[in-house]
Design a protein around this ligand. Sequence first.
Ligand SMILES: Cc1cc2nc3c(=O)[nH]c(=O)nc-3n(C[C@H](O)[C@H](O)[C@H](O)COP(=O)(O)O)c2cc1C
Length: 155
Amino acid sequence: MAKKQLLIVAHAPSPNTQALVEALLKGSQHSDIEGVSSHWIPPLEATPEDVLAADGIILGTTENLGYMSGALKDFFDRCYYPVLEKKQGLPCALYIRAGLDGTGTRRAVESIVTGLRWNWVQEPLTLKGEWQSEFLERVEELGLTMAAGLENGIF
Ligand SMILES: Cc1cc2nc3c(=O)[nH]c(=O)nc-3n(C[C@H](O)[C@H](O)[C@H](O)COP(=O)(O)O)c2cc1C
């Protein structure tokens, strides 16, 4: 059977945020999961075709000036209408790396995801404050949860 496709569209401008992407990939590519293929595309490079080919999507962004990164916003600006009618119900998750807050970003992404009618598989993760290595465990778990759910047909 064809593998399910898990798309990760995450902005990773710093060593910490790159480590988050790696942890997410590690979780989603766990050796117990055979039926899911996951790959990361930076938001500025992700296209509507990437979304159309996906069975699930994990979004990741920093909070910049109280909002999602410009890169993730650009992704939505380019992809919203081309996928709107075709990907309703797409299983979706979000993590936010924020210095202090994260709520403005969460609200903004939630409202776009509501418009797209994608389905949250779990509450958005906000990884805020000083960097903690525990953040890596949380996104790794998110990657595993999403991939396992796709494999089992739960999402
Ligand atoms: C220009 C700029 C604006 C930022 N704005 C916010 C913000 O509005 N809210 C917030 O919580 N963090 C803000 N931050 C902090 C970043 O989210 C944080 O530095 C980024 O996620 C990278 O985290 P890292 O240092 O662990 O790699 C800002 C950082 C920069 C450089």
